[in-house]
Design a binder for this molecule. Structure first.
Ligand code: BEZ
Length: 252
């Protein structure tokens, strides 16, 4: 059960609350790839997403899209994990059906959560929810097991897998280089250097005395050339694949 706790600055927070920065709760689950735990994926990024059920149209398009971009997720060290409330046997039946109709074999595990225990652990079960409403939850978890992003979509709208790759690129840039990304950023484009936390730092930026090669439109909004970031050669390749994949898709 969730317990309220009071922090040092008197904020009341819910100990069981699932939010960015908290550790992703561990669990053991049956899946189409055998028994899996969340903690076994420490050292990798995890994209953990729920779907309302097997043999559902929008969810099938999501599985196909995740499969088509599987190598892009792999390049970024991301483990995909889907979860439904159906049984593993039903999940297997669904994946076999997709494979026979489309020739596409889903290469990542689908977890079974028959009693909604994992859904409760991750606060996916909102008491106001009814079946067929708001049941596409998604968590991006870093290699230390911490939640870095959370997304909830309605059942009616399939998620944008290209946007998820873009979000992962941004999260990885922040994790490794402490850089932020502006609205609609795509890999290769300038990135934002976080604002200074001291008056001295702000003054340095105004006087153009920053140690970093930055271009500023104000003391708090400064950009850095993506290609000037250390050891980004590998990322350049992979991330720009996403940018060109999206452009190719638009041109089709
Ligand atoms: C779907 O994923 O398409 C779906 C899920 C639950 C109810 C209706 C549709």
């Amino acid at each position: 059960m969730a317990v309220d706790i009071v922090t040092d600055n008197n904020a009341v927070i819910n100990e069981g609350c699932i939010t960015i920065g908290r550790l992703a709760p561990d669990f053991v689950a049956s899946s189409t790839h055998g028994v899996v735990t969340m903690s076994q994926f420490r050292g990798k990024w995890v994209l953990f997403f729920s779907q309302p059920g097997d043999f559902t149209p929008v969810s099938e398009t999501e599985l196909i899209s995740f499969t088509q971009l599987y190598h892009e997720f792999e390049k970024r060290n991301v483990q995909l994990l889907g979860i439904t409330i159906d049984s593993t046997l039903a999940d297997i039946e669904w994946l076999m059906d997709i494979s026979m109709r489309t020739g596409i074999t889903v290469p990542f595990p689908l977890l079974s959560d028959r009693n909604a225990e994992i859904a409760n652990l991750y606060n996916m079960v909102n008491p106001d929810r009814v079946y067929e409403e708001s049941v596409r939850d998604l968590f991006i978890i870093n290699p230390d097991g911490k939640i870095r992003a959370i997304q909830t979509y309605p059942v009616s709208c399939g998620r944008n897998t290209y946007e998820l790759l873009r979000l992962i690129d941004s999260l990885q840039l922040t994790e490794v280089h402490n850089l932020y990304t502006p609205a609609n950023w795509m890999p290769g484009e300038p990135v934002i250097v976080p604002p200074p936390h001291t008056l001295e730092g702000a003054m340095q930026r105004i006087k153009g005395e920053s140690e970093l090669p930055i271009k500023c439109s104000s003391w708090y909004l400064c950009f850095r050339d993506y290609n000037s970031i250390n050891d980004n050669n590998q990322n350049n390749g992979t991330n720009q694949d996403n940018a060109s994949a999206q452009k190719n898709k638009k041109n089709k």
